[in-house]
Design a protein around this ligand. Structure first.
Ligand code: PLP
Length: 478
């Protein structure tokens, strides 16, 4: 403390700080099952106002910040890592990844260019290559770890735009379905494809992109002198879990010479399980694929990935040189040659270390279990009087609504379905959310947290059954 410019901590202090953090984190994880899945938001606005603070000119003790973090602030959030989190698309937070981040952050080696940390970059390349194999992409494919699915989408569009349009960007047209994730339109905007060059294709009764409508839209754009260049299909939509007819869309894209991207942010990792591959037929034919390890690989938020079949297309977009850096080499994977960043964290280590510690077969078992739980839950929920199943699980997500003589209008059914999600969530055992699709509000359940087991799914079915009974009884103010 006598030398304020010395920012180093003594080794014993660092050890003690590390122990204190691990202790808190592990205690927190052990209590997740008893915490309300929806979090506790009582008085949250006042809390946020009170949190506004001036810069801390003097340092404080670790304990002084760990107390409010773990006791007040972390509990006031959705219970995303908890076993009862069946809302949106569940994330992960598997423990070895946190250790990998700790190692990556304390050792702080530079993984932007291969020459700076060749062996570490190779571990990242290995993790990408495992994904390539699971997705049955060719050896010539290359990939990139991103911070999430949205950034994977952005890089895919930029690569396709560069290869297919060159400088003629305004002519290019890109196709999504009405059920595609909104991050695609946002990524298109970022990549220079304006909103008037993004076409939204209708879906069929199962929420899958209509290939005939896609074909017609492409023809109409060609007739108007525009250049269709890219189609997005989805391997598991966020709203209902629908898997687009990927094979048929791949056929159409091949005939029309279009870049076919598959958004597998939610569903692609089910392709790791050989027995589930038929559910995603055609996925290995994609020109590029969004993966979201912070969903289907149960990793912490901040881990997305992109695979591009023609690895050179990714390199053509990102490859660059600078006089002050070592010359590019071609033998080994080099992150800055395949992605937009130069200085960066070390995202590959959390993937690599987790796979090494658990072994990938345990992932296959867990993913199969989650799908089995969703199938079981959907069967049970479909039997509940008053529930209409709109989308049975293709992977591990399903959607439904309430319909009953006591709910005679669409408005009444929507309000009751919305209330069902809220009332089930308020019970605290599981958190579920719905989605507005056209004029209908659908309730949904998505099983993807590695911590979700049979007990939470039984609780989900029980709570949906009891709250449905209340809501269709007709005397409940919604
Ligand atoms: C199907 C789908 N695509 C893309 C995304 C966007 O991914 P991220 O939130 O990792 O940016 C999501 C997020 O839930 C998704 O469900």
């Amino acid at each position: 403390m006598n030398d304020p410019a010395n920012l180093e901590f003594p080794p014993e202090t660092m050890r003690a700080m590390g122990h204190a953090v691990v202790d808190r984190a592990v205690t927190h994880l052990a209590a997740l099952g008893d915490a309300p899945s929806c979090g506790d938001f009582e008085g949250i606005e006042d809390l946020c106002r009170a949190l506004v603070e001036p810069e801390p000119l003097d340092g404080t003790s670790l304990e002084a910040v760990l107390d409010p973090l773990f006791e007040q602030w972390i509990p006031r959030s959705f219970g995303t890592p908890g076993p009862g989190y069946l809302a949106y698309i569940p994330g992960g937070g598997i423990y070895p990844a946190a250790l990998a981040d700790f190692i990556a952050d304390t050792c702080n080696r530079y993984t932007g260019i291969w020459q700076a940390s060749p062996a570490l970059v190779q571990l990242e390349a290995n993790a990408l290559d495992w994904m390539r194999e699971w997705m049955q992409f060719p050896k010539s494919a290359r990939g990139l770890f991103t911070t999430g699915g949205s950034m994977a989408m952005f890089n895919a569009i930029a690569a396709a735009r560069e290869q297919r349009l060159g400088t003629d960007i305004r002519s290019g047209v890109l196709y999504v379905s009405s059920q595609s994730h909104h991050s695609i339109s946002k990524a298109a905007r970022l990549a220079g494809i304006a909103h008037d060059r993004v076409r939204t294709i209708a879906v069929d009764d199962d929420f899958r992109m209509r290939v005939d409508a896609l074909q017609a839209a492409i023809a109409s754009d060609r007739a108007a002198g525009l250049k269709p260049f890219m189609v997005f299909s989805t391997a598991g939509t966020t709203n209902t879990g629908a898997v687009d007819p990927i094979d048929a869309i791949a056929d159409l894209c091949a005939r029309e010479g279009l870049w076919h991207h598959v958004d597998g942010a939610y569903g692609a990792f089910f392709h790791m399980v050989p027995g589930l591959r038929p559910l995603l037929a055609g996925l290995p034919r994609a020109d590029s694929l969004t993966l979201d390890p912070h969903k289907g690989l149960f990793l912490p938020y901040g881990t997305g990935a992109l695979l591009v079949r023609d690895g050179e297309a990714l390199r053509a977009l990102h490859g660059s040189e600078a006089g002050y850096l070592p010359a590019n080499q071609n033998e080994f994977y080099d992150p800055a040659q395949y992605g937009p960043e130069l200085s960066r964290g070390f995202p590959g280590l959390r993937v690599w270390l987790t796979m090494k510690l658990l072994g990938t077969d345990r992932y296959r078992a867990a993913l199969s279990e989650k799908r089995g739980l969703a199938l079981w839950a959907a069967d049970e929920i479909a039997k509940i009087p008053g529930i209409v199943m709109d989308a049975a699980p293709q992977l591990s997500l399903f959607a439904f609504h309430l319909e009953h003589p006591n709910l005679p209008t669409l408005e009444a059914q929507n309000a009751a379905t919305r209330a069902l999600m809220q009332r089930v969530t308020a019970r605290g055992r599981v958190m579920v959310t719905g989605a507005q699709i056209g004029d209908r509000f659908l309730g949904r359940v998505c099983v993807l947290s590695f911590r979700t087991r049979r007990a939470q799914i039984e609780a989900c079915v029980e709570d949906i059954a009891s709250e449905t009974a209340v809501l269709i009884a007709g005397d409940q103010a919604i």
